[in-house]
Design a protein around this ligand. Structure first.
Ligand SMILES: Cc1cc2nc3c(=O)[nH]c(=O)nc-3n(C[C@H](O)[C@H](O)[C@H](O)COP(=O)(O)OP(=O)(O)OC[C@H]3O[C@@H](n4cnc5c(N)ncnc54)[C@H](O)[C@@H]3O)c2cc1C
Ligand code: FES
Length: 287
């Protein structure tokens, strides 16, 4: 029997909002209580962008956040091409056809681990849900975040990188004790001048201790994080954003290279159903 929370749903859901908080990006909220109830951070939705068959294929968009008590589900998407442009025309009160939640999702850290969450560009989208869930776990465990020692142990470092400051999403909801936000921009307009990986590397060199890293972003960033984490013996997970067709393991269009058992070659896995989240050290980057 399929556990009710693990069910994949495919139906039309009502749009509650679809606004542009960041230029060229939209925050869409759906009333989708069944999906919100069972979703895990790192999972995604496969969205039909038009009522016609053009474009034919659905587009994968991560679950950005959920508000389970209200049955709400958020997607934060960059307007990249035809499918996402069509999504921008959707208005509050209209419905869209969604398949999900799909994919495996992140494993939450063990109690007491120091965590770094690293997002590059639109790759930050699924990490908000992850940060929400980790902080909820910490609070559920009753960690006393007013105690300085406890705070230091439980704190979560959220690294965000973007080309320029105006593309950084709002982080107001994280300005609570326990989440420390670090920003990097390619043009230096906000935060560290350089890549988010460079900023993380600098903090690790300055003795910031991290037990676990979670990352999502462009492939070169994920590769750099993978190498850095392996070098320093830090465990963690990466979420890949391969192009996708069916989203459910049936078409092979999302094939990605994963190290084979002996580690000297690779085998193919489906990013949609085996991933999109893989462990650090698992993805084959040609070495
Ligand atoms: C598991 C998963 C989760 C994702 N989550 C999000 C999200 O939360 N927010 C978001 O904005 N985007 C996300 N993406 C990327 C998103 O699916 C693509 O941007 C989207 O499918 C583009 O569709 P389009 O029709 O608008 O553009 P297209 O016309 O199909 O493509 C436009 C441009 O975008 C590039 N592109 C298309 N698909 C991808 C992709 N998967 N990765 C990188 N570049 C791509 C194309 O190469 C092309 O240059 C995710 C992708 C995956 C696989
Ligand atoms: S998208 Fe079809 S197998 Fe993954």
């Amino acid at each position: 029997m399929i556990h009710p929370e693990k069910r994949i749903h495919c139906k039309k859901y009502r749009i509650v909002q679809n606004e542009e908080p960041v230029p060229g990006h939209r925050l869409m909220c759906l009333h989708a209580p069944e999906i919100a109830a069972g979703a895990k951070p790192g999972q995604f939705l496969h969205v039909r962008c038009a009522d016609s068959t053009d474009p034919l294929l659905r587009r994968p968009i991560s679950i950005h956040r959920v508000r389970r008590d209200e049955g709400l589900l958020f997607m934060f998407y960059r307007v990249a091409g035809r499918g996402t442009s069509l999504l921008t025309a959707k208005r509050e009160g209209e419905e869209i056809d969604v398949l999900g939640p799909l994919g495996n999702g992140f494993e939450l850290p063990s109690p007491g681990e120091r965590v770094a969450v690293v997002g590059g560009g639109i790759g930050a989208a699924p990490l908000f849900f992850l940060v929400d869930e980790i902080m909820a776990e910490i609070h559920k465990r009753g960690a006393d975040l007013t105690d300085e020692q406890d705070t230091a142990r439980q704190a979560l470092d959220f690294y965000l990188g973007a080309a320029t400051g105006s593309l950084l999403p709002s982080l107001n909801s994280f300005l609570v004790r326990g989440v420390r936000v670090h920003m990097a921009t390619d043009d230096g307009s906000v935060g560290y001048h350089g890549t988010v990986t460079g900023l993380l590397q600098q903090h690790l060199d300055e003795q910031t201790h991290i037990d676990r890293i979670y990352a999502c972003g462009p492939a070169p960033m994920l590769r750099a994080i993978d190498e850095l984490a392996i070098r320093r013996g830090i465990r963690g997970q990466l979420s890949l954003e391969e192009r996708m067709g069916c989203g459910v393991g049936a078409c092979l269009s999302c094939a990605c290279k994963i190290k084979n058992f002996s580690g000297d070659g690779f085998t193919y896995k489906h990013a949609c159903s085996d991933g999109p989240v893989f462990n650090i050290g698992e993805v084959w980057y040609g070495h």
